[in-house]
Design a protein around this ligand. Sequence first.
Ligand SMILES: [Zn+2]
Length: 293
Amino acid sequence: MCEEHQTALRAQPGRRAALGLLGASLATALGACSVPQPTVAASAETASAARPGPLLPPALIAGRLLNAGPAAPAALRRPGRKRIRHGFIPDFKLPPVQHGLAPVLTKIETKHPVVFLTIDDGITRTPEMVGLMTDYDYPASIFLARNFVQADPGFFKQFAAQGSLVENHTVSHNINMVSQMGYQKQLAEITGMQDYAQQHFGRRPTLFRPPGGAYSTAMRQAAAAAGIKAIVTWEAKSSAGHMDYQYGNALRPGDIVLMHFRPEFAADLAAFRGAQLAAGLEVVLLEDFLGVA
Ligand SMILES: [Zn+2]
C-alpha cells in the first residue's frame, strides 16, 4: 500500500474510509473493471447517524470474482445484523464433534479474503480499547477467563454492542491445565465459564481457547461435553506492537489472529491493522463464518 493511503487510513479510521480503500484495492488486485456503487441496507442498526451506511462489501465483490458465480443467496446476507456486511459463498464447513471430540481450528481454509481477530484474557481494560474497536468496526471473538473479568463484566458488554462475541477461555486460566487437570477438572473449568458468559452476556459460548494454547484429547472431550463447537488456536499473533507468524511473513486468507487485552493494545491493534490492510483482507467474525454465532 502506498504511503498516501496509509496516511489517509491513519487519519480516518472510520469504516467508510477503511472499507472503501479495501474494496478498491481488492477490486484492483482481482482485475475488476468496475466497482458497483455503494448500497445502503435498510436496518435500524446500520442507519445510525453516527455511523456511515455500509458500502458494498468488498468481500462480496471478491466472492463473486473468486467464485465466478452469482452472488450469495439473499438468505446468507443477513443484512439486519451489523457485523454481517455481505454474503459469502461458503467454502469451509466446520467439522462436527466426532467420537466425543471437539474439532481444533488453527486456521480456516478459505479462498475468501477474510481474517479473523481474536482477543484474549481480559485483565487490562481501558476505554481506549472500546474506542479503537468501534472506530475500526472490527468484530472479534473475545476469549475471556472468568477470574480475570468478574470484577467488571460490564466492560465487555461494550464489545458485544460493537459487534464482537464473548467466548470461553476457562475460569482460572491455568496454562498448565492439560498436564495438571484431569477430565473432570477441565470440564469444570469450561462449564464454569459457559455459565458465567450465559449469566452476564446472555449467550453460551460456542468456541473455546485453551490458556496457553495447549490442548489434549481429554480437553477436546471436555469441550464437546460442555457444548463447545470448536477449540480455536492460531497461527498468527500481534503482541508487543508487532505481528508474529508461524508460517510466512504476512497474513493469509483465513488466518486466525491472536491478541490480548494488554496495556499495549493500541500498538498491537495497529500492527494487526497494518498487516490486514497490506494483505487486502476483511475482518470477519469467526463465529459468523463458521455458523456458530
Ligand atoms: Zn490467555
